[in-house]
Design a binder for this molecule. Structure first.
Ligand code: ADP
Ligand code: MG
Length: 698
């Protein structure tokens, strides 16, 4: 590490600025602005061209516009003992009058005065009279530095309630004047370090002071110029160029981190020899009952090479739902077990951990290999599910004690917690990796001294996202589905067709099939949806009698979840009403129908995951997406699922439509957040960042 550099003035906390009062400081804190540097990186939400105000008379229904006028009347109405209120402001610009209304925000009253001029941005929701509810507003008289607030394009910032735009804009302007020279390039990259960069990449842009410049790094402006252009661009296009430059810095930062981690591993860690000698795998494959697909075999070869290599494996196994990742994981586990090392497998939910435990116990029993389960709720009660022919007191051993023989430990997040410590841990497998963050992954790996790591995911990750999330992993793909699978037909239906849908399900139940009915996730924080799913379950029980309908949601106790899953797997329950908790991993091949209610509330990738629970047996499967479709866009979105079962296409579509956070699910904690980077658009920036980072690291 180099000695600490002299303090950068941009690290100065905003609290040190004497001109900022306490109320304003609190507002900045709410925006996560702690230092002057944070202030300069506060990204405008949009830009306004204030040369072109729309006359009030020309406002169009539903179309966002900026207008201005003089306050001619204002007043507040309260009712329900003051708990409800509406504050109304009437503006006039000579062409017409505009009513602005704020509901239940009585304090708005103190920001306006009769006779002052106000700018308004918003979407008219009525033309008789012309009305905008909850518009954004700004006083025209901004005091100092008026040009900063009027020169186009003017930045408009994300603000918490009622902190005035002009104040923040002026503050940023003044900070820039004073400190622009202190903005340093984070990486010592100069164009001369990139002789290969084609000339075409260099573009010209208007510098912040008006002269035309040729770009610095990769044809993008210097960081200091970029920050200036971000806030006060001369033309709108410059703001985008600035964003790209700042995004590139973010991406480089992340890639440097990822590649450093990887490099440290390569130089400092010695791999444990886990390649095995086939004495377990061979009988395992013989008794399996099916042949591995070509794709599975290819992936296993890659894993075997890693396990016998000199550096610990860091591999991502990607394969669409139902591609058969579990059996590959089992083979990898057996290699390490054969070599005399412990193996840990981590799953994101108890249901999935339980299911893996059942599967692996069944597979491994004849081999004399033990699996044990460890989840939040079940700490030590089980070392073996049914039989314990090898070690009679296994069940009484505390799970945290290291067994003297190689064991596969299956669990949830609980595997990360203290208490669990496996000496001799040779391989860590993480299923449905997208549900875990990088941090959790690292924590589990640190349980052992550099065990091999295999992470598995069914979410097809578009390339940008892959480089960002998994840049430090090698990738294997299972791109072939096991043979003998029935097709899945998908239909989108409006809620008023539900009666027909239940009729259809009944028909399938009569043929001996089973069905899932899925409702949006039960949120931990409020009981509303839980009530909803419970009510639906009661309704369906009546609707589909005499067939047995089970209920599964995240708030059940582990034993209850286990019982209902067992009953469904054993065909004693015919229909399973569930929240999206069944999204990952659940494997019941006889279930061939899935109805997803309120499908419009789910992301496409998530719907695809859910749908992956069916189509696992030889029978044709049916997925019905029941949706409340209000817009053509929503309709188009769901149509993608009717048209394709190609997970990659669906994921790309989802990334475009909803962004990476939604694609990966809300619980994704490993997703780095970017201020400027936009993964759906910045493919080439991410790739450049990756190259630049490897040059930086050398
Ligand atoms: P996923 O990749 O979604 O985790 P699973 O591992 O759960 O998929 O596999 C889905 C189903 O396919 C399981 O019932 C599994 O036993 C079965 N399966 C896996 N590989 C094959 C194969 N090569 N031939 C036939 N069935 C297979
Ligand atoms: Mg799986």
């Amino acid at each position: 590490m180099s000695p600490p550099a002299s303090p950068n003035p941009l690290d100065t906390p905003v609290t040190a600025w004497r001109r900022i009062g306490a109320e304003r400081l609190a507002q900045l804190a709410r925006l996560n602005i702690q230092s002057l540097g944070d202030l300069l990186l506060h990204r405008p939400r949009r830009y306004e061209d204030r040369r072109h105000f729309r006359p009030i008379a020309e406002l169009q229904l539903g179309q966002p516009a900026i207008t201005r006028g003089t306050v001619v009347a204002l007043g507040i109405k309260r009712w329900r003992h003051g708990r409800k209120s509406v504050f109304e402001l009437i503006l006039d610009d000579g062409t017409g009058r505009l009513h602005c209304r704020w509901w239940n925000l009585p304090f708005m009253e103190k920001y306006f005065q009769q006779g002052t001029e106000v700018m308004i941005y918003g979407r008219p929701n009525s033309l008789k009279p012309r009305t905008i509810d909850h518009p954004e507003t700004e006083a025209v008289d901004a005091g100092e530095e008026t040009f900063v607030h009027l020169n186009p394009p003017v930045p408009v910032y994300p603000l918490t309630a009622a902190s005035p735009q002009p104040w923040l804009r002026s503050l940023i302007w003044r900070t820039l004047q004073q400190h622009k020279a202190h903005i340093i390039e984070p990486y010592a990259l100069t164009p001369s370090r990139f002789p290969g960069e084609p000339e075409g990449v260099r573009r010209t842009f208007r510098g912040p002071v008006g002269e035309t410049r040729t770009g610095g790094m990769l044809g993008l402006p210097a960081r200091a110029d970029a920050i200036h252009m971000l806030h006060f661009p001369e033309v709108l296009a410059d703001a985008e160029i600035a964003r790209q430059r700042l995004a590139l810095d973010e991406f480089i930062g992340l890639q440097v981190e990822i590649q450093t981690r990887r490099k440290r591993l390569q130089t400092s860690a010695r791999a444990l020899p886990c390649v095995g000698d086939n004495h377990l795998i061979r009988p395992f494959l013989d008794q399996l009952g099916f042949k591995l697909t070509g794709s599975q075999t290819k992936v296993l070869r890659e894993i075997r090479r890693d396990l016998g290599g000199t550096q610990p494996m860091r591999r991502l196994l990607q394969g669409d739902v139902g591609a058969g990742k579990t059996v590959v994981a089992a083979c990898a586990a057996l290699m390490a077990l054969e070599s005399g090392y412990q193996v840990a497998l981590m799953a994101p939910t108890e249901i999935l951990a339980e299911q893996h435990f059942q599967t692996f116990s069944r597979w491994f029993r004849l081999l004399g290999v033990k699996a044990r389960l460890r989840t939040g709720n079940r700490k030590s009660s089980n070392l073996e599910p049914q039989t314990s022919n090898l070690d009679p007191d296994a069940a009484t051993q505390p799970a945290s004690r290291n067994p003297p023989y190689p064991v596969l430990t299956i669990g949830t997040q609980a595997l990360i917690t203290a208490g669990f410590d496996l000496l001799n841990l040779g391989l860590v497998i993480i299923d449905e990796q997208h549900k875990f963050g990088v941090v959790q992954r690292e924590m589990l790996v640190r349980k052992g001294s550099y065990p091999h790591l295999l992470v598995m995911t069914a979410t097809p990750i578009p390339r940008t996202l892959g480089l960002t999330l998994y840049g430090d992993l090698d990738v294997s793909v299972i791109d072939q589905v096991p043979p003998g699978r029935g097709r899945i037909k998908t239909f989108v239906r409006a809620a008023d067709k539900l009666a027909k849908v239940w009729e259809f399900i009944r028909g399938k139940l009569e043929q001996g099939r089973q069905a899932y009915v899925v409702y949006p996730r039960v949120e931990e924080s409020d009981g509303g949806e839980l009530k909803a799913v419970t009510k639906e379950w009661e309704k369906l029980r009546r609707e589909l009698a005499p067939y047995a309908v089970g209920l599964l949601h995240g708030r059940l106790k582990s034993e209850e979840k286990e019982a209902v899953m067992n009953a469904f797997g054993g065909h004693r329950v015919h229909v399973l009403v569930a929240t999206s908790i069944i999204e990952v991993g659940v494997d019941v091949p006889n279930a061939t129908v899935m109805v997803i209610e309120s499908a419009e509330q789910f992301g496409l990738a998530q719907l695809h995951q859910l749908r992956g629970r069916i189509g696992r047996g030889a029978h044709e499967s049916y997925c019905v997406l029941v949706a409340d479709i209000k817009t053509e866009e929503a309709r188009q979105r769901l149509k993608v699922l009717e048209e394709t079962t190609d997970g990659f296409r669906i994921a790309e579509e989802d990334l475009k439509l909803r962004g990476p956070g939604e694609l990966l699910g809300r619980e994704q904690s490993g997703m780095p957040s970017f201020r400027f980077g936009e993964l759906a658009r910045d493919v080439s920036l991410v790739e450049r960042a990756r190259e630049l980072a490897s040059q930086i690291i050398g």
